[in-house]
Structures are given as structure tokens and as C-alpha cells.
Design a protein around this ligand. Structure first.
Ligand code: PMP
Length: 362
């Protein structure tokens, strides 16, 4: 088999190796079915069992209460930037958005097409290097909802507690940290996440919605853009992303088998600490973008003393088997994305590489 590299891409991202192996094993012919999962009908009992099994496993894994609907839809998290306000804003026609990065800004752009957006807080003037503090956030008690991004994939910052928003429904884009740590879903009215970081392949988006929010979805909405359509048809109104849902079902089983979310969170803490310690103990050779209290456990952007050294680092790290370390242009430098499936050994090896690079190039 061709050797696998360490995949540090921000998304699509690394998948658990046992999941890839199982996919390979069953790709040509699913046991007991005799055809590929890429060929089966979404109306078959095989697929319905897969879909319902994934929903059940997810409830178990993340403690998602029975009054929450679990949906799998297409269009990426970016379509949710539109669907959330289309479905949930009209009550008062205004909503609060906490802006902590490029993805929150894109969510705001779409929400403004529907109604009035109040920016509760933003750290844009500091190039999003931190999460705003609770006392900086200004909420409107009449808002239809508050939207925030729990982990900022580009800037490498993360909320460690939910913003306190009183009785206003809280809605979260959790694309880049879903199921990386325990979350009390009962605090949320809705959570959404593109699959391609912590859940599965690109092409499927998870949406979790508390049942009382469904009363807001107007029948005047386009059918496919109305959450009611997907809830009433258990994500089977149209042909859903069958393959993506299948892979998610395998990833959920892998998570359950490996100790669930608490075990994953412990491992994620350990992995992130190793990398941040390396940055902090480099006498300023490596510098993190995010302020310490806001540091993401999933995406770790960092810089080197010069752009020239950064280019060299990208090239030499790739030659040594670390893929996807080039940072996003709005932060520059490097970024290590260490989602659930990224192994502890990979972080240890990366830290060794960083120390060695510093020794040779300073
Ligand atoms: N939100 C966040 C936090 C993201 O990181 C991304 C993608 N990187 C998106 C939304 C957009 O997701 P998609 O490409 O699935 O539309």
C-alpha cells in the first residue's frame, strides 16, 4: 500500500484510518447487499438503516435530546448561512451575530438579505486573534436568535463556553469542532456543521434543530430551503448525500468504539498542548496567531521569523510527510489542523520536526 502522510489540512481533512479501511473493504460490494454503497438506492432499507443508525449513534455519542431533529443536507455549511435566517429570523426580523472570523462574516452577509443584523461583538480590528469576552457582547433581548461560530478554522480561536444569551435561541456553526469535546446541546436551538473536518467527507452537512424552532419555518419558503421539508421526510425528501452519510455512520461507530467524546476531548487537549508548548518554548521562533485564552484545540496557525523561512518550512515539512501546513492567506504562515482523527503520534512527530527545523535555521 502507498504510505500515508500526516494530513494537517483544514478540510476536507483526515479521516480515521480504520474507517478508510472499512470503506475500501465494502466499496465494491456491501456485505449482504451485493452492490456498492455508491450504487444503492436512498429508498432501500439498507440505506434507511444506515441513516437511522447514524442518527441513533449520534444521539448516544453526543447526548442529543429526543426533542432535537438530526438532519443531513447538501449545500455545505455555507447554505446554512442562508437557511438559518430564512427559517428562523422572520419572527422579529432581526438577529444578533457574534463575529469572530471569516465564516461568521459570511453568515452575516446572508442574514442581512433577510433582516436586520446586530453585531453583538467583533474582534475584527485585532485580526480575530481572540474571542470577545461576555461583557463585550451586546445582545438585543428581542432578537430572533444569537448566532456564533464555536471554532474559527482560519484564525485558530475557539469558544470554551457558550455566550450567555438569556432566553434568546442560540445558534451555532460548529463546522470545525463538532464532537471534539462534550457540549450540552440543550443550550442550543440549532447547531450545524459541514462534515469535512470532524465528521466525514465533503458534500454533507449536519443540522441539529430543537423542535420548538420548527414553528418558525414558513410554508412560503422554497421547499428545499425549508427545514420542515427535511424534518418531515427524515432527510429523504430528495436524494441525500448517500456516500457522505455512510462515511459519517462509520466515523460515529469509530468514535463510540474509541471511548466516545470524552476520550476524544482528552486526546485533543493532549495534542493541542504538545503543539502550543512547542510554540511557547521556542523563545519566540514560532509565534501563535491566537491569544492564549482563545487558542483553538483544532486549528493552530503559527508564524516563523520570516516569510522566507515559512516557505522553507512548508516545503521541507511536506517533503518529510506532513501535508497541508500552509496557512490561510489572511493570517499567513502555517496552520496545523489536528481534528479528532489526527493521531497523537503525528503531533509528536510534527513537534520533533519543528524543533529540528528551528535548530537548523536559527
Ligand atoms: N464554517 C466554518 C467554521 C468553516 O470552517 C467552513 C469551511 N471551512 C464553513 C463554515 C463553510 O463550509 P462549507 O465549505 O461546507 O460550505
Amino acid at each position: 500500500m502507498t504510505k500515508r502522510v500526516y494530513n494537517l489540512n483544514p478540510g476536507p481533512a483526515i479521516l480515521p484510518e480504520p474507517v478508510l479501511e472499512e470503506m475500501k473493504e465494502n466499496l465494491v460490494s456491501l456485505p449482504g447487499v451485493g452492490m456498492s454503497v455508491l450504487e444503492i438506492s436512498h429508498r432501500s432499507s439498507t440505506f434507511e438503516n444506515m441513516l437511522n443508525g447514524a442518527i441513533e449513534d449520534m444521539r448516544k455519542l453526543a447526548n442529543i435530546p429526543a426533542n432535537y431533529h438530526i438532519l443531513f443536507v447538501g449545500g455545505g455549511a455555507s447554505t446554512q448561512f442562508s437557511m438559518i435566517p430564512m427559517n428562523f429570523m422572520p419572527l422579529k426580523n432581526k438577529a444578533d451575530y457574534i463575529v469572530t472570523g471569516a465564516w461568521s462574516k459570511k453568515a452575516v452577509k446572508e442574514a442581512k438579505r433577510i433582516g436586520t443584523v446586530n453585531i453583538s461583538a467583533t474582534t475584527e480590528s485585532e485580526n480575530f486573534k481572540r474571542i470577545p469576552k461576555q461583557e463585550e457582547m451586546k445582545f438585543d433581548p428581542e432578537a430572533s436568535y444569537v448566532h456564533f461560530t464555536s471554532n474559527n478554522t482560519i484564525f485558530g480561536t475557539q469558544f470554551f463556553t457558550e455566550p450567555i444569551v438569556g432566553d434568546v435561541p442560540l445558534i451555532c456553526d460548529a463546522s470545525s469542532d463538532i464532537f471534539s469535546r462534550a457540549v450540552d446541546f440543550s443550550k442550543y436551538a440549532a447547531v450545524y456543521a459541514g462534515a469535512q473536518k470532524n465528521l466525514g467527507p465533503a458534500g454533507v452537512t449536519l443540522v441539529i434543530i430543537r423542535d420548538d424552532m420548527m414553528a418558525r419555518c414558513s410554508d412560503s419558503l422554497h421547499t428545499m430551503l425549508n427545514y420542515k421539508t427535511h424534518v418531515e421526510n427524515n432527510s429523504l425528501y430528495n436524494t441525500p448525500p448517500v456516500f457522505g452519510i455512510y462515511v459519517i455512520s462509520l466515523v460515529l461507530k469509530w468514535l463510540l468504539k474509541n471511548g466516545g467524546i470524552d476520550a476524544m476531548a482528552k486526546l485533543n487537549d493532549e495534542k493541542a498542548k504538545l503543539l502550543y508548548d512547542c510554540i511557547d518554548n521556542s523563545s519566540g521562533y514560532f509565534t501563535g496567531h491566537a491569544e492564549k485564552e482563545s487558542r483553538s484545540k483544532m486549528n493552530i496557525p503559527f508564524r516563523l521569523p520570516s516569510e522566507e523561512l515559512e516557505k522553507k518550512f512548508v516545503k521541507e515539512s511536506a517533503d518529510s510527510g506532513f501535508a497541508g501546513l500552509k496557512g490561510h492567506r489572511s493570517v499567513g504562515g502555517l496552520r496545523a489542523s489536528i481534528y479528532n482523527a489526527f493521531p497523537l503520534q503525528g503531533v509528536k512527530d510534527l513537534v520533533d520536526f519543528m524543533k529540528e527545523f528551528q535548530k537548523k535555521n536559527s
